[in-house]
Design a protein around this ligand. Structure first.
Ligand SMILES: Nc1nc2c(c(=O)[nH]1)N[C@H]1C(S)=C(S)[C@@H](COP(=O)(O)O)O[C@H]1N2
Ligand SMILES: [Mo]
Length: 201
């Protein structure tokens, strides 16, 4: 756990753990909210998570079904393209490996889409191998609505705009297709260690 000292919250500071901080980032102890539109409210009894392929939805879970899947505790650093990073955030989430097992994967690219219409593209390989989750708890509590509750994508090794809040579905497809921020100029891959912030980075 990061220790919290009153007065330091929110002030940009240098990490003493330089190795954890990608270039151009500073550490924040706050948890800023960054949303491109209004916060969608999806009642749990109407929530569904859908995996789709070339021919539409191939797997889906209601909230109750999703809650029966094996979840993991994850402690990771997260990095926003607006330059804040947050160290040692802890989450509970279902690995994407679990969601995509038993699914015939019709391509190497994924578009994640959210309730509310947000989209972001991620190569399939970046979601597999224990590198990404659908997270539904933050620091031991149900994920707050403004941070993407009831459930969001968590892909800590890419800039945080790839971690779609209010996740509704993952579509696996043959070609890469730019998402919301990627169409507006953000990098199509978004590796914070290579500072892939914008199209030409
Ligand atoms: N659905 C949706 N997901 C989203 C966004 C958004 O606007 N809508 N913003 C992205 C961006 S730019 C960032 S930095 C993180 C912010 O997550 P937070 O608000 O929990 O800090 O969510 C990402 N996921
Ligand atoms: Mo962001």
């Amino acid at each position: 756990m990061t220790t919290f000292s009153a007065g330091f919250s929110g002030r940009p500071e240098r990490s003493t753990r330089y190795g954890d901080l990608p270039p151009g980032q500073y550490v924040t102890r706050d948890f800023p909210v960054l949303s491109a539109g209004p916060t969608p409210r999806v009642p749990l009894d109407q929530w569904r998570l859908e995996i789709s392929g070339a021919d539409g939805v191939v797997r889906s879970w209601s909230w109750d079904e999703f809650q029966t899947l094996d979840a993991e505790q994850i402690t990771v650093n997260i990095h926003c393209v607006t330059r804040w990073s947050k160290l040692d955030t802890s989450w509970t989430g279902v690995p994407i490996d679990t969601l995509l097992s038993d699914v015939d994967l019709p391509g190497d690219f994924v578009v994640a889409s959210s309730y509310g219409g947000y989209t972001t593209n991620v190569p399939l390989r970046d979601l597999l191998g224990g590198k990404a989750w659908v997270a539904f708890e933050f620091e031991g509590r149900p994920l707050a609505l403004e941070h993407g509750g009831p459930a969001r994508l968590l892909i800590p090794h890419l800039y945080f705009w790839k971690s779609a809040k209010w996740l509704r579905g993952l579509r696996v497809q043959e070609r890469d297709e730019l998402g919301f921020w990627e169409q507006l100029g953000y990098h199509k891959y978004g590796d914070p260690w290579q500072e892939q912030r914008h199209w030409n980075d």
